[in-house]
Design a protein around this ligand. Structure first.
Ligand SMILES: [Zn+2]
Length: 499
């Protein structure tokens, strides 16, 4: 993710106002498990002690995010939008999951809408709602290891949501006569019932029906466009597992541009049909970027890539899986090279953030530091080592000159998760590591880390372990200094921060 804040952090004082959006649920596991007899579960003879699933997945920063007791394998989002400008829709979300404990009930995260019905394995289930927690009690308890299918039917318009982690609107956002979805880290619950934490990745099918002449840009491969007369149904398949916050559905009149990188990676870009032609320029080299990052990090992990640029201001770009999205105000006509770096940033997130996802939101520097350093690496790829060194010096000076905007990357504030520190200081941490262990071990570390954790989750400790293994060096002290110091450490090799 990149937003206007990161672009102007050094010169604008932003007062962070935190508004908790429905985070009213208790993160604790209910303490009095209810006992049920196994008589109602025909396959099992003995008594089953089934508990309610936890209302949070155990995130150290946001204990209410996600849920426990089951693992989702696939979501099918069947959404019919009847009015784009109000977001009025009727929807059916089908969730295929496996119980990871005996479950008397389980939670989904879901905000707003009127629920029409819920079934579990085709049988009507009881449910209750509290804040963002939707508690579903199936007629029969679910057994550990059992696969089950939950179908939630609902109707209404998405609520306006503000994230608990940063002061921006998230979820399904309406911008006059079009809409987009920007959900990091907690907006997805605003348009579909979900186990909303990166730890529970799943594959997705989207069937989105919109009135003519609107079109849909969502994650994955467009497999079908069905003309229903007054409406069109777009089906997208996302066959690689995805963290829930990266699900995106964007509705507008688009011009679609399709091409392929030299290395054969399919690209499809969606531009608002009223977007100025010039706004496309910073996206021209995405093919080269895909091939370059494939070379240094490992092969691009998904079936397709592309960007959606909407002709509306939303002050952000977000690396949704296979489809990064940009507001028109992220295109800086006076600095197209800088804008191209933002494009490189979002694209690099496909490896670090999307394919390798955080296991805990406190480790967000593993996303943003890596994407930011990828901007430096793209600069080096184009203009050589000296250009990278200049980039590093500029970034370092920003942190050193305006320390009030940059907390240490290993511990950003919970109400300001996307603090400048996780970006710039996080990126500089990688450069310092490169100088510490040498180019060969550094790039081998990135490749090994990606190969080990792609399509999954990783922690800072996982990354450190890979760097230590590859380099043969003990690096705990190095990472402690770089990730948790009050003040950015010096880079003596470059004469930076040396008193
Ligand atoms: Zn980012």
């Amino acid at each position: 993710m990149k937003n206007k804040m990161q672009m102007v952090l050094a010169c604008v004082l932003i007062m962070f106002v935190v508004v908790a959006c429905g985070q009213t649920s208790s993160p604790s596991v209910p303490s009095s498990p209810a006992a049920v007899t196994a008589v109602i579960v025909p396959e099992v003879e003995a008594e089953v002690q089934a508990d309610p699933g936890a209302s949070g997945v155990g995130d150290s920063y946001y204990p209410g995010f996600g849920n426990g007791g089951y693992d989702v394998t696939h979501y099918t989002l069947d959404i019919a939008v009847t009015d784009v400008s109000s977001g009025k829709l009727t929807a059916i979300t089908t969730i295929e999951a496996t119980a990871t404990q005996d479950l008397l009930s389980f939670n989904l995260d879901f905000i707003g809408f009127k629920i029409v019905s819920i079934t579990v394995n085709d049988v009507t289930a009881d449910y209750s709602r509290k804040g963002q927690e939707l508690v579903i009690t199936p007629l029969k308890p679910l057994l550990n290891g059992q696969s089950f299918t939950t179908v939630v039917r609902y109707t209404g318009s998405p609520e306006v949501m503000q994230s608990v982690a940063l002061p921006v609107q998230t979820g399904w956002i309406i911008a006059e006569n079009r809409s987009f979805v920007l959900s990091e880290p907690d907006g997805s619950a605003g348009f579909y019932p979900v186990n909303d934490h990166p730890l529970d990745k799943a594959t997705y099918t989207f069937h989105v029906t919109v009135p003519e002449p609107f079109e849909v840009a969502a994650n994955g491969v467009l497999t079908e466009t069905l003309d229903n007369g007054d409406t069109t149904t777009f089906t997208f398949e996302l066959r690689d597992p995805m963290a829930s916050y990266l699900a995106t559905i964007n509705i507008d009149k688009f011009e679609v541009e399709e091409m392929e990188s030299e290395g054969g990676i399919p690209i499809r870009n969606y531009y608002s049909s009223d977007l100025p032609e010039e706004a496309r320029k910073p996206f021209a080299r995405q093919g080269e970027m895909l091939d370059y990052f494939s070379e240094i990090y490992g092969q691009y992990p998904f079936e397709v890539y592309g960007s959606m640029v909407m002709n509306t201001e939303f002050e952000s770009a977000l690396e949704n899986q296979t489809l990064s999205i940009y507001g028109i105000d992220m295109i800086d006509y006076d600095d197209m090279e800088g804008t191209e770096l933002t494009v490189a940033h979002e694209l690099a997130h496909q490896w670090f953030g999307d394919s390798v996802s955080v296991a805990d939101w406190s480790d967000i520097w593993l996303n943003e530091g890596f994407a930011t350093y990828s901007e430096g690496l793209w600069t080096e790829h184009l203009d050589g080592r000296e250009a990278l060194d200049d980039w590093v010096k500029f970034q370092y000076a920003e942190v050193a000159t305006y320390p009030e905007y940059y907390t240490s990357p290993g511990k950003p504030p919970t109400d300001e998760l996307f603090n400048g520190g996780v970006y710039v200081w996080g990126g500089l941490t990688l450069h310092a590591l490169r100088l510490e262990i040498g180019d060969e071990a550094f790039f081998e570390t990135l490749k090994t880390y990606f190969a080990l954790y792609k399509n999954g989750n990783a922690t800072t400790d996982n990354f450190i372990a890979v760097a230590e293994h590859v380099s043969g060096k003990e690096l705990n002290e190095f990472f402690d200094l770089w990730l948790y110091s009050e003040k950015i450490p010096p880079i003596p090799e470059m004469g930076l921060g040396v008193e």
